[in-house]
Design a protein around this ligand. Sequence first.
Ligand code: BEZ
Length: 386
Amino acid sequence: MKTLLKLSTLAALLAAGAAHAQSTAPIKVGLMLPYTGTYAALGNAIENGFKLYVQEQGGKLGGREIQYVKVDDESDPSKATDNVNKLIKRDNVDVLVGTVHSGVALGMAKAARENNTLLIIPNAGAGDITGPMCAPNIVRSSFSNWQPAYAMGVVAGQRGVKRAMTITHNYAAGTETTKGFTEGLEKSGGKVIKELYLPFPNVEFQALLTEIAAQKPDAVYAFFAGGSAVKFVKDYAAAGLNKTIPLYGPGFLTDGTLEAQGAAAQGLLTALHYADNLDTPRNNAFRKNYALAYKANADVYAVQGYDAAQLLGVGLAAAKGDIAKRDVVANAMRGATVDSPRGKFTLSKAGNPVQDIYLREAKGVNNEFKSIAVKALADPARGCKL
Ligand code: BEZ
């Protein structure tokens, strides 16, 4: 009896020790981002932003150290399932943070739903993720493809555009941004007369630019980002189209790209949930700290990475660092008001930011605030049953 008691006491002590070890181990964050290809700069800025916030908190969120496991998703949807499963099943990450490309993010969201893994999306705007696929364990720190597109459509209409053409890559983000812009433009009676697409990540724009020149629309709406945006804006100007046909876009067209685009981008008007020169203490401190840490200017992707870490911080604080309390973490993230460099935002029921969309103008290396295009814009979250 005495031996039995001793054994059970030992077992209890070991169990308590194991539980203690678990609650103090670092939180494993799986960063699944593009580190190569046309969206590589976006992936790096998101990682930088995320790490900056963690560093500002002394390297801990909710009292727990943060450990990173990284996968380069190459913006390749065909590799998404394998890549995300490596993080979930091989590396046993506690939370997934990713990604940029909507097609890859759809694969991540499917795996996150199946495995009930927390997923924070720091960019990809695929409407389905906060629409029919919405789930309590999935939130965004970024936008839906519809949001900046719709706002740009509204502004284009207000500026008298009646006949517009659109041009973008042919994948979820491209088709959704086109729909959003069309919806906004149609509010004032404008129309999209032709949608032009090319396969992702093809950047041979010449034939399509020739078609734009032939159709002579009142304006062109273009969604490209990263390396593709640099080439498109330069090609548009080189073809002389910028002299006669105004070019509009969601802010990705000129965010993080102005230095490389040079004169070709000057004066471009875009709509986005961030503007570089927002003169608030929060944005000024963020930009200063980012520049000090990385010797580079912050952009919208850095903001979204920073805010992904803020969301995780809110969730972990509510669960006192115990990420196994998945519901507590997820509910706290959804209920958060995030004090972002873009301005404060909340999350919708579907897990998408409700946020102001700004009209910006490219000046020098900054996308400067001009006005609020649409205030507190919520994605319609069509099909979300939460
Ligand atoms: C997307 O695929 O959702 C996306 C990629 C780059 C910038 C914005 C959106």
